[in-house]
Design a protein around this ligand. Structure first.
Ligand SMILES: [Fe+2]
Length: 439
C-alpha cells in the first residue's frame, strides 16, 4: 500500500498547489479592472472578461466534480458559458453577473473540487484520472484562458490596461548577430508524443516521419527585418501575396503589424499601457499568416511546416533523441525563455542564450507564437480524448498551426509538441514567424 499511497499524496499536493497558483494568476491579471471593464466586450473577437472567468469555473466544475460521478458530455456546460452555444461576438449581450458573484461561484466550485481531490484515485483504470491527467487538462484550460484574457486586454477600449505586476526582462548586449539559418540534416524524426499525463489529444500519438533536409532561421523574424519588408513596399506588391492574402489585404487595408502606428519619429508600437518605438531587435509580433507568408516570399524563402518546426525544436539528429523543450527536459524558467506573461512584451531575440535547440535554432519557445505552413489536422492514429470539442471539430483546412508559445503563455501550457491553431487572418494573437527553405 505505502508504495502507491505516498506518490498519490504527493501528486495531490502538487495539483492543489498548481490549482491555487493558476487561480492566483487569473485573479492578479483582472485585479486592475473595474466591473464595467470586465463586462465590456472590447472587441467582437473576444469575450467579455467576466465570461472567461465564469467559463473557467464551469469548465472546472464539469471536469473535476461532475465528471467524477459518471460520464459527461461537453455540451453539459451550463448555457451561458457554453462556447458552442454562444459564439464570441455575441457574448457581450449575455446577462453576465458582476465580478463579486463570479468570484463567489469560482470559490464555491473550487471548494468542491478540492474536496473531491482528497479522494481522487489516480491509479484508476480510467485514462482521465490516471496520473491526474484531468486536473492538468483543467489547469491548462485556465492557463490558455489567461492568454486569451491578455489578448482582450491588449485590445481593450478606453484607458489602456496597466499591469498589476511586471517582471523586467533581461537586456542583452548590443551587436548580437541575429541573421542566418541553421540546417536540419533530414532523416527519420519522431513527431508528437505518447504522454498521457498532460499532452492534449492532438499531440498524440508519437509517430515517425521522414523529413527532407531543410534550413530554418536561427531566430524569429525581427521588427528590423520586417521594417525592411515594409520599406520595400511589401504590402503593395501583389506578387508576394497569395490570392487569399490579397483579398485580406484589400479588405483590411493593413500596412503594418497590428498595434503599429507611424509617427514623425518613425514606427511606434504599444503593448498594454506602454508606447514606444518599434524595437528592431525584437521578434515581429501581431502579424497574420498572410503577412508572414508574403514576407517569406519577399526573402525567397517559405514558412516551415509544423513537422519541420517540431523537428528543428525537439530532435537531436546526432543522438536520435527527442527533447521536451528546445534546451532539453528542464522545465521553463525566467532564465530559459520569455514565457509566463509578467514581462508584458517580447524580449530582443538572443536574450536567452540557453533557449537553443540541438541544431542551433534559438527562441523557438516563448516571445511569439510562430506561424507554420500547415493546416490543423490529426496525426496518424489520432483518437479524440476526452472530448471531440477540444481538437477534432477544428481539424480541416480553415486553420493554420502555430507553435512555440508567446510571452503571454504560461509555462505549464507549453512544450515542443504543443499545437495551437487559428484563422490565417488573425492578428490579435501574439504571433510572429521564422522562415525556412529546402536545403
Ligand atoms: Fe475554454
Amino acid at each position: 500500500m505505502t508504495s502507491t499511497m505516498a506518490p498519490a499524496r504527493a501528486l495531490r499536493q502538487r495539483l492543489l498547489a498548481e490549482l491555487e497558483e493558476a487561480r492566483a494568476r487569473t485573479l492578479l491579471l483582472v485585479a486592475p479592472l473595474s466591473d464595467e471593464e470586465l463586462h465590456t466586450q472590447h472587441d467582437p473577437l473576444m469575450s467579455p472578461i467576466l465570461w472567461d472567468l465564469g467559463h473557467i469555473a464551469h469548465f472546472e466544475e464539469l471536469w473535476l466534480t461532475r465528471n467524477l460521478d459518471g460520464p459527461i458530455e461537453f455540451v453539459e456546460m451550463p448555457g451561458m458559458y457554453n462556447p458552442f452555444e454562444h459564439p464570441r461576438s455575441t457574448r457581450g449581450a449575455l446577462p453576465l453577473p458582476g465580478l463579486d458573484r463570479v468570484r463567489e461561484v469560482m470559490s464555491e466550485i473550487r471548494a468542491r473540487v478540492l474536496d473531491r481531490l482528497q479522494s481522487a484515485d489516480f491509479d484508476a483504470d480510467q485514462p482521465l484520472l490516471a496520473s491526474g491527467y484531468v486536473y492538468r487538462m483543467v489547469l491548462q484550460h485556465e492557463y490558455q484562458h489567461n492568454e486569451t484574457i491578455l489578448q482582450t486586454l491588449q485590445l481593450k477600449q478606453g484607458t489602456p490596461y496597466s499591469p498589476p505586476a511586471r517582471v523586467e526582462l533581461p537586456v542583452v548586449g548590443e551587436g548580437l548577430p541575429v541573421t542566418g539559418m541553421v540546417r536540419f540534416p533530414g532523416g527519420r524524426v519522431e513527431i508528437g508524443t505518447d504522454d498521457r499525463t498532460e499532452a492534449y489529444d492532438n499531440e498524440r500519438p508519437r509517430h515517425a516521419v521522414d523529413v527532407r533536409p531543410f534550413e530554418i532561421d536561427a531566430h524569429p523574424v525581427t521588427n528590423g527585418q520586417y521594417l525592411e519588408f515594409i520599406a520595400a513596399g511589401g504590402y503593395a506588391r501583389p506578387e508576394l501575396w497569395s490570392e487569399a492574402g490579397r483579398r485580406w489585404l484589400e479588405e483590411s487595408r493593413v500596412e503594418a503589424p497590428k498595434y503599429w502606428s507611424r509617427s514623425a519619429d518613425g514606427w511606434m508600437t504599444r503593448v498594454m499601457d506602454r508606447v514606444g518605438p518599434v524595437e528592431p531587435d525584437h521578434p515581429v509580433c501581431h502579424v497574420c499568416y498572410h503577412e508572414a507568408e508574403a514576407f517569406t516570399r519577399w526573402v525567397g524563402k517559405r514558412l516551415p511546416s509544423e513537422i519541420e518546426w517540431e523537428a528543428a525544436a525537439s530532435w537531436d539528429p546526432d543522438t536520435g533523441r527527442k527533447l521536451r523543450y528546445p534546451w532539453g527536459d528542464e522545465p521553463p524558467s525566467r532564465e530559459l525563455a520569455n514565457l509566463d506573461q509578467l514581462g508584458f512584451g517580447t524580449a530582443a531575440v538572443a536574450t536567452f542564450p540557453r533557449n537553443r535547440s540541438p541544431i542551433g535554432c534559438c527562441g523557438m519557445i516563448g516571445d511569439v507564437w510562430e506561424w507554420t505552413s500547415s493546416d490543423f489536422g490529426a496525426w496518424p492514429g489520432f483518437a479524440a480524448f476526452p472530448y471531440q470539442e477540444y481538437s477534432e471539430v477544428f481539424f480541416g483546412n480553415e486553420y493554420k498551426v502555430l507553435r512555440g508559445g508567446s510571452w503571454a503563455t504560461r509555462p505549464g501550457a507549453m512544450r515542443n509538441t504543443f499545437r495551437n491553431w487559428d484563422y490565417p487572418i488573425r492578428r490579435q494573437i501574439f504571433s510572429g514567424f521564422r522562415c525556412a527553405r529546402d536545403a
